[in-house]
Write a protein that binds this ligand. Structure first.
Ligand code: NAP
Length: 276
């Protein structure tokens, strides 16, 4: 059994990226927009801005008040869309309830979508012509690659079908030649489906959801979940202590998929910068 060190892989990828950015005369730019006071979002935004600084990416932070109107938000997105210094636009979600995130996201031009959530980027992923892919599933693929785990011919099971994690994750594994099953809350006999997986990816959002009986001997287990346990401690979806010895590779939480996500945001910003 090997515990995949997401922190170390992310650090290596960041060092590569930093070197490339240092060698470039112009620097990439990322605009990060947050609306309101959601504490978790504020931490995510702070970490993203810090990561930009560490890598030499120019960051433009917009902290808009809770009372921001849809029109004001969309006007800002339109302005950033035309700004040549801005290569990527990240609209931190969730937005306050009175705002329509889907309508707002349509004001982020495809060329500056660094989240990979736009219909165009999702379509390209479907066609296996990926340009910018959602950061978390892309981070998982980079981890597999770094560990020399080739999904070709493997049976992969993804638990979760969100637009941001589960669906793009399944499509990436399919594009990498795995045979993929996607499970969700209506899947019958989930445990036995999971137990058939050579690669099991959990993106559910429930602590200790994946138990040892759901894991095949020697499987690769990737835990995307970010939850709090009964003591308020950060944990994943997988019952790590009881599952780990059955696996060939497993990601911990924290220190697994999490550190890869922001790294992939930096990577996507660089990709957009290079292609302008
Ligand atoms: P989400 O939108 O809430 O989706 C959760 C998925 O899990 C849904 O598809 C849901 O099925 C499925 N599900 C819920 N209960 C289930 C059950 N009992 N059996 C089988 N499937 C079930 O969540 P998300 O945004 O994809 O995120 C998932 C987890 O990943 C969360 O813990 C989140 O915090 C974490 N996350 C981590 C990172 C990172 O950087 N590490 C990034 C993003 C998300 P239905 O579709 O049928 O409702």
């Amino acid at each position: 059994m090997k515990i995949i060190d997401g922190k170390a892989i992310a650090a290596e990828l960041r060092a590569d990226l930093k070197k490339k950015i240092e060698q470039s005369e112009e620097k990439p730019g990322l605009a990060v927009i947050i609306v309101g006071e959601d504490p978790a979002s504020q931490i995510y935004v702070r970490n993203k801005i810090k990561a930009c600084g560490d890598l030499g990416i120019r960051s433009y932070a917009y902290a808009l008040p809770e009372t921001t109107s849809q029109e004001e938000l969309e006007t800002l997105l339109d302005k950033l869309g035309k700004d040549r210094d801005v290569d990527g636009i990240l609209l931190q979600l969730p937005l306050p309830k009175h705002l329509d995130s889907e309508a707002a996201s349509k004001h982020i031009p495809f060329e500056k979508d660094v989240d990979g959530f736009s219909a165009e980027n999702l379509g390209l992923l479907m066609q296996h012509k990926e340009e910018v892919v959602a950061c978390t599933p892309l981070g998982v693929m980079k981890m597999l690659e770094r560990e020399g785990i080739d999904p070709t011919g493997k049976r992969a099971v993804v638990i979760g079908r969100s637009e941001t994690v589960g669906k793009p994750m399944a499509m990436l594994l399919l594009n990498a030649n795995a045979t993929v099953t996607v499970c969700h809350s209506k899947t019958p006999d989930l445990a036995s489906v999971c137990a058939s997986a050579d690669i099991l990816v959990s993106a559910v959002g429930k602590a200790k959801f994946v138990t040892a009986d759901m894991v095949k001997e020697g499987a690769v287990v990737i835990d995307v979940g970010m939850n709090r346990d009964e003591n308020g401690k950060l944990c994943g979806d997988v019952d790590f202590e009881n599952v780990k010895d059955k696996t060939s590779y497993i990601t911990p939480v924290p220190g697994g998929v999490g550190p890869m996500t922001i790294t992939m945001l930096m990577y996507n910003t660089y990709i957009r910068f290079k292609s302008k």
